[in-house]
Design a protein around this ligand. Structure first.
Ligand code: AMP
Ligand code: MG
Length: 420
C-alpha cells in the first residue's frame, strides 16, 4: 500500500509550504479509505446514516391506478367533446374501500381521492363541475381522457432501484422506504471520531481562570460541528503541551477512533516537539495552506486513524473543519453523494479587503434587499473572534486569485445551514 507521502507527492501542484485550498482538499481525498463494515438498523435509525445497499422496490407504489381528486370515475369513451352527458351513478369507491363491480357504458362511480379506480373506468371528473339529477350525474364537456388518475407505480416501480449505496438517508428516504414496507435497512458503520485540545493555557469549564488562562472552546465547537455529521463522538478533553501526555493521548485516540482531530500545536512558534511527536507516532504532513484563516494544518495517519491537526485559533478551527474535515469525514463514513457544499452568488454590499494569493473565508450575513441576495461581512474578522462565526449565516468565499472586492461585485457564498 502507498504511504501518504507517496500519494500526495504524485499530485500536480503539491507544495506543502504554499498549498492551495483545492490542492489540500485533493491531497486529503487521495489518501482516504472509507469504512466498509455494515450493520442492519430499523428504518427510523437509518436517518442520517449512509446507505449500504440498493433499495429495489418489490411492489409498485401506488399499487393500483387511483383517483387524484374527489369526483366521479367514468369511461372516457362515454364523454362527448362539445356537449354534456348524463351517466348513471352505480356506487362509491373510497380510499381503502374498493368498488367491487365494473363500470359499463353509461355508468359512473362516485370516487374519493386515493380510492382504487373501478374496473372499466379510466378518467375522473372533479365533483365541483358535476351536477346531480336524481341518480344521474351530468358531466360537462371538455374533459380529457385519463385526467385526475394517478397511475400504478408512478412513484416507485417494482424492480427499478430507487436508493443507492453511499447516499445519506434523509427524511424523504425514510418515508420512501416505509412506503415499500421495508422495516430494516443496511447502513455503513458509524465513523468514530476522537478529538482533544492541546495547550498549556487551556482550562476546562468549572475551574476558575488564573492569569493567562482561557476556557477551552474548541472542543465545544467541534462537538457541535461533529453532531451534524452523524458520527460517533469521542471527546478526550484538554491535553497539556507535554510530550508524554500527548503521546498517550494520540495512542489512545488511534486505538479507538477512525479519525482524530486535534486543535493547537501546529503553528509556527508552537513547541516543535508536537510535530516531532506526531511525525514519530505516524505519518503526518505539516502544511502551510494558502488560506485565511487557518494557514497551518497537519494531516496524516496515526496507526489506522486519519489525523487532522487543526490550528488553535477558534475561527481557524471552524473554517478548516468546514472546508476540509467535514468532507473528509463524510467520505470516510462511506458517503459518495452530496458532499460538496454549493457556492452561490450574492452581491457584496460593501468593499472587502483581500489580497490575491490565498483563499479567504470571511464570515458573512446574507440578506435580501429589493428581491436580490446581498451579503456583508460580520465585521471584525480576526481568527480569535468566534463571534464573527456566531453572527454569520454564511461564509463569503474569496477565491485564491481574487484581489480587493468593490461594493456591488458578485461574490461566492456558502450557507452555514448547508454545512451541518
Ligand atoms: P496554537 O495554534 O496552539 O498556537 O493556538 C493559537 C491560539 O488559539 C492561541 O491564542 C490559543 O490560546 C488559542 N487556542 C488554542 N486552543 C484553544 C482552545 N481549545 N480554545 C480556545 N482557544 C484556543
Ligand atoms: Mg497551543
Amino acid at each position: 500500500m502507498n504511504t501518504i507521502t507517496q500519494v500526495v507527492s504524485c499530485l500536480d501542484g503539491y507544495d506543502p509550504d504554499a498549498l492551495r485550498v483545492d490542492k489540500a482538499g485533493a491531497a486529503i481525498h487521495a489518501c482516504l479509505i472509507p469504512v466498509t463494515e455494515i450493520e442492519a438498523v430499523a428504518i427510523r435509525d437509518s436517518l442520517g446514516r449512509v446507505l449500504a445497499q440498493e433499495i429495489v422496490p418489490q411492489i409498485d407504489v401506488p399499487g393500483h391506478d387511483n383517483s387524484a381528486m374527489d369526483g366521479y370515475a367514468v369511461r372516457s369513451a362515454d364523454l362527448a367533446l362539445s356537449k354534456e352527458v348524463s351517466l348513471k351513478e352505480i356506487g362509491s369507491a373510497f380510499a381503502g374501500k374498493v368498488f367491487q363491480g365494473k363500470i359499463q357504458a353509461g355508468e359512473c362511480v362516485r370516487i374519493m381521492t386515493g380510492a382504487v379506480m373501478p374496473q372499466g373506468a379510466d378518467t375522473v371528473v372533479v365533483q365541483e363541475v358535476c351536477r346531480a339529477d336524481q341518480e344521474r350525474i351530468i358531466i360537462p364537456p371538455g374533459q380529457k381522457a385519463g385526467q385526475n388518475v394517478r397511475a400504478a407505480g408512478e412513484d416507485l416501480k417494482a424492480g427499478v432501484a430507487v436508493l443507492h449505496p453511499g447516499q445519506p438517508v434523509r427524511a424523504a428516504d425514510l418515508g420512501l422506504i416505509a412506503s415499500l414496507g421495508i422495516a430494516e435497512v443496511k447502513v455503513k458503520r458509524r465513523l468514530r471520531v476522537a478529538f482533544f485540545s492541546t495547550g498549556d493555557e487551556l482550562v476546562s469549564i468549572g475551574t476558575p481562570l488564573a492569569q493567562g488562562q482561557l476556557y477551552d472552546s474548541n472542543r465545544y465547537t467541534l462537538h457541535g460541528m461533529l453532531s451534524g455529521l452523524g458520527v460517533e463522538i469521542i471527546d478526550m478533553g484538554v491535553v497539556r503541551d507535554d510530550p508524554q501526555k500527548l503521546e498517550a493521548a494520540f495512542a489512545a485516540a488511534a486505538d479507538k477512533a477512525d479519525a482524530i482531530i486535534t486543535t493547537g500545536g501546529v503553528s509556527v512558534g508552537e513547541a516543535d516537539f508536537v510535530r516531532q511527536l506526531m511525525a514519530r507516532l505516524g505519518e503526518v504532513l505539516f502544511w502551510k495552506i494558502a488560506m485565511r484563516p487557518g494557514r497551518p494544518m497537519a494531516f496524516g495517519k496515526i496507526g489506522s486513524a486519519f489525523l487532522f491537526g487543526l490550528p488553535g485559533n477558534p475561527v481557524a478551527v471552524m473554517v478548516t473543519f468546514h472546508q476540509f474535515v467535514r468532507n473528509a469525514l463524510l467520505v470516510l463514513g462511506g458517503q459518495t453523494d452530496s458532499i460538496e457544499i454549493p457556492l452561490l452568488k450574492a452581491v457584496s454590499a460593501t468593499a472587502i479587503r483581500k489580497v490575491a494569493g490565498r483563499t479567504e473565508y470571511q464570515r458573512g450575513v446574507l440578506f435580501a434587499e429589493n428581491g436580490n441576495w446581498k451579503v456583508r461581512t460580520t465585521g471584525q474578522q480576526g481568527s480569535g473572534v468566534l463571534r464573527s462565526v456566531s453572527e454569520a449565516n454564511c461564509y463569503i468565499v474569496l477565491e485564491h486569485e481574487r484581489g480587493r472586492v468593490e461594493a456591488g461585485e458578485l461574490v461566492s457564498v456558502q450557507l452555514m445551514a448547508a454545512l451541518a
